[in-house]
Design a protein around this ligand. Sequence first.
Ligand code: PMP
Length: 441
Amino acid sequence: MTHLLHRSIHSAPRVARAATGIHITDAEGRAYIDASGGAAVSCLGHGHPDVLAALHEQLDKLAYAHTGFFTSDVAEELADRLVADAPSGLDHVYLVSGGSEAVEAALKMARQYFTETGQPQRRHIIARRQSYHGNTLGALAAGGNEWRRAQFKPLLMDAHHIAPCFAYREQMAGETDAEYATRAAGELEAKILELGPDTVCAFIAEPVVGATAGAVPSVGDYFKQIRAICDKYGVLLILDEVMCGMGRTGSLYACEQDGIVPDLLTIAKGLGGGYQPVGATLLSDRIYQAFAKGSGFFQHGHTYMGHPMAAAAALAVQKVITRDNLLGNVQAMGAHLRARLQASFGQHAHVGDIRGRGLFQAIELVADRDTKAPFDPARKLHARIKAEAMARGLMVYPMGGTIDGVRGDHVLLAPPFIVTKDNVDQIVGRLAEAVDAALVA
Ligand code: PMP
């Protein structure tokens, strides 16, 4: 009997007892390779001595001080570091406790920017289908994950959704990457014009889509065009890097690879690597100055924002990533992971697509490679793959197919940045067995 309300009421999860490096061990003593970093969280793996030491030290000094009264040295140092390493122009940091909170803050910052600058009619949020920005009501409204939204729709604020940039599913035969990027980005301009340019507040997107569609990067200069369209109509650009940011794709921020700087940028998961709940919203000086010259504050706040323990964890994680050149390892092991996936699944009759960047890679399963038809959702292939993988001591992050009726089941891999070639080979080997076992089950 459990008193915890778990994700699934009818199947109690295994009990995790201990974790070190890339492994988590359960109460029965079975070890699992954490090949998804939980949900792209555990970027340093588990039990990293430097992070543990930093947390112990911080706990001895100062566990908590409410931000209504104090800041803390550790939160200031983290903010300095994040700004120093962020794409230029993102000069201010708002520290929160997770991804959804970071997105809520970004949406409200965008709105307050316009109330402070005399454009209160700007209220519309535009986002993309097959996206995920969090489960709190504002973030859920912005997100385009129909399965997560459906029953809560009556509670959600209006948000407008355009097509994602999703080459495997939406690029037409014969269409070049450049043509497709222009067509997909053009949807944003069309939506802004439809709503009325001076009523649009912000556009939000994940540079590499994570939870909803499985490591989907954009093509061509899609995001450069998005940036230009936002600038043309005075719309703020929010990039949600909660899952794909903080080194996961091989650069600290995924948008560096797209060559653009957003007005607002959200991070979480890899920021604290799972050692503490922590997230952040980075904002441009322009937005900050609007608050500074206007009401003098951002009208928002949470009890645990800027938490010293969370800041200590994030600071320690980020220092290790730099000191050990782990972004270099993400690039090298990301390339190796991609090559191994290609070798194992490139010819597989039911793997339609292999995609991603860095150590953020996914495979999409389809019933028919030629037509790209997904499997019947009732088959719950993703859940079977997860179960078969767990039976083989492997944690992967699978997602159900046919949300919006347009894509298949997929499996996301997001292993810790410390993985070796041998680890990667073992991960792909076990995944190949799990996929085949799930397909015959
Ligand atoms: N945005 C993105 C892109 C995410 O992937 C997630 C979590 N999967 C969130 C926001 C929400 O983060 P959290 O679960 O920490 O609230």
